[in-house]
Design a binder for this molecule. Structure first.
Ligand SMILES: *Cc1c(COP(=O)(O)O)cnc(C)c1O
Length: 428
């Protein structure tokens, strides 16, 4: 596959953008080689600057659940852009969006829009601290909650991809308030809570982890966190930036039948435009300014074009609930196909999957937390990644990321992916 235009664009980008990219994992440093520069996208396909076509399993890291350039979403964006691009004043669109979200997610009474998942998590933590009067937060090794200071400790995703142990620039005074437990380790959480009585404002978790590859909560784990929080006056924050509107209309809360006190959203909620949100029970959310004193604001928060893209995407998901079933079936058939090839060629692979999230780890041992994810054969993943890329399948460029299936991936794309995996395994 010829990619000379991508290479030239990458060389140009490095002259004026750090590392040539505006978000680190895009640079392909984890997997080696040079990034593919994109030009356009449609349905399940990406087209790069050299005109090569790829089946897309990243989907912009999650948002494009309907596939790329969905006709209704594009039309809604165009119509709104012709009316106005931004006011910095309230619009009815924002209430429509909030009401739709509330109808999809039953335990959200109030919701505030922001412009990224990072902002949503950062603001939810401030709110948890401001409303409980406590400072500490428990997060899990390998979970990513955006790049705010408090969360860039054992942060999974790009931080894990680049094997960065301590991020320079984060004061010790800030990271000292972030306590770390292993994913799926309830005993570890109990110990931290016991050691810090009345000091912990919140436990924040990806209810299905997606930033160390996909890692599922083991039965009883989230329920255990819920009861620890209830018993100790701690707020449970579900970071649903990845899982929200993807695992079910009501996200992981609905899919796993467990309720958080605060929830954060991003990715799918914006339908490909920059949107994040945090919401929860009224009495907690009322601590936010202008009702309460916990200050939080944004020049472009609730931006009309972003709201339109998000609203259109969520409406389509809400009106076509069969889509979730379809996404799940497609993902299952991908899983079964890949698994059968791995077994046939005796290649040890662990698959983790829920809904339309799936990842594979080249490993002989179950992947239940960051340590087991990191113990997988990363070099083999990187080799596999390039094999797939060179054959027109665009996977996340890191062993620590989840693959996303969009509604425009069909049986043919899955067969193609499985048959490539089969030839890859045959060649090992
Ligand atoms: C992507 C992600 C974030 C950060 O969202 P941005 O929009 O990139 O700032 C936070 N939490 C989780 C679980 C994510 O997957």
């Amino acid at each position: 596959m010829q990619r000379s235009n991508s290479l030239a664009l990458f060389q140009q980008a490095q002259q004026s953008i750090p590392g040539g990219v505006n978000s680190p994992v895009r640079a392909f440093r984890g997997v080696g080689g040079t990034p593919v520069f994109m030009d356009k996208a449609s349905g399940p396909y990406l087209y790069d600057a050299d005109g090569n076509r790829y089946i897309d399993y990243i989907n912009s890291w999650g948002p494009m659940i309907l596939g790329h350039s969905h006709e209704d979403v594009v039309k809604a964006i165009q119509e709104q852009a012709a009316k106005a691009t931004s006011f910095g004043a309230p619009t009815g669109l924002e209430s429509k969006m909030a009401e739709l979200i509330k109808s999809m997610v039953p335990n959200v009474d109030l919701i505030r829009m922001v412009s990224s998942g990072t902002e949503a998590c950062m603001s939810a933590l401030r709110l948890a601290r401001g409303s409980t009067g406590r400072n500490k937060v428990i997060k899990f090794d390998g979970c990513y909650h955006g790049h705010a200071d408090a969360f860039l400790v054992k942060a999974g995703s790009g931080v894990a991809t680049f094997n960065i142990q301590d991020v320079p620039g984060i004061p010790q005074a800030v990271s000292a308030d972030t306590l770390i437990a292993a994913y799926n380790d309830l005993k570890g959480v109990e110990a931290l809570v016991g050691d810090h009585p009345d000091q912990i404002a919140a436990i924040i978790i990806e209810p299905v982890a997606g930033n160390m590859g996909c890692v599922l909560p083991q039965p009883g784990f989230l329920e255990g966190l819920r009861s620890i929080c209830d018993n100790s006056g701690i707020l449970l924050i579900f970071d649903e930036v990845m899982t929200g509107f993807r695992l079910a209309p009501g996200g992981a809360q609905e899919r796993l039948n467990i309720k958080a006190d605060l929830v954060t959203y991003g990715k799918v909620i914006g339908g490909g435009l920059p949107v994040g949100a945090f919401g929860g029970r009224r009495e907690i959310m009322e601590h936010i300014a202008p009702i309460g004193k916990v200050y939080q604001a944004g020049t472009l928060s609730g931006n009309p074009i972003a709201m339109t893209a998000g609203y259109t995407t969520l409406s389509i998901l809400n009106d076509n609930r069969g889509l979730y079933q379809q996404l799940e079936e497609r993902t299952e058939s991908l899983h079964k196909g890949l698994e059968a090839s791995a077994a046939k060629h005796r290649i040890p692979v662990v698959f983790n999957r829920l809904g339309s999230m799936i990842s594979l780890h080249f490993s002989e041992h179950p992947v239940l937390d960051f340590a087991s994810a990191a113990a997988s054969d990363i070099a083999r993943f990187n080799h596999f990644f390039h094999y797939m890329l060179d054959n027109g399948v665009y996977l996340p460029p890191s062993a620590f990321e989840t693959w996303f299936i969009s509604a425009s991936i069909n049986a043919e794309h899955i067969d193609r992916t499985v048959s490539l995996f089969d030839s890859y395994c045959a060649g090992l």
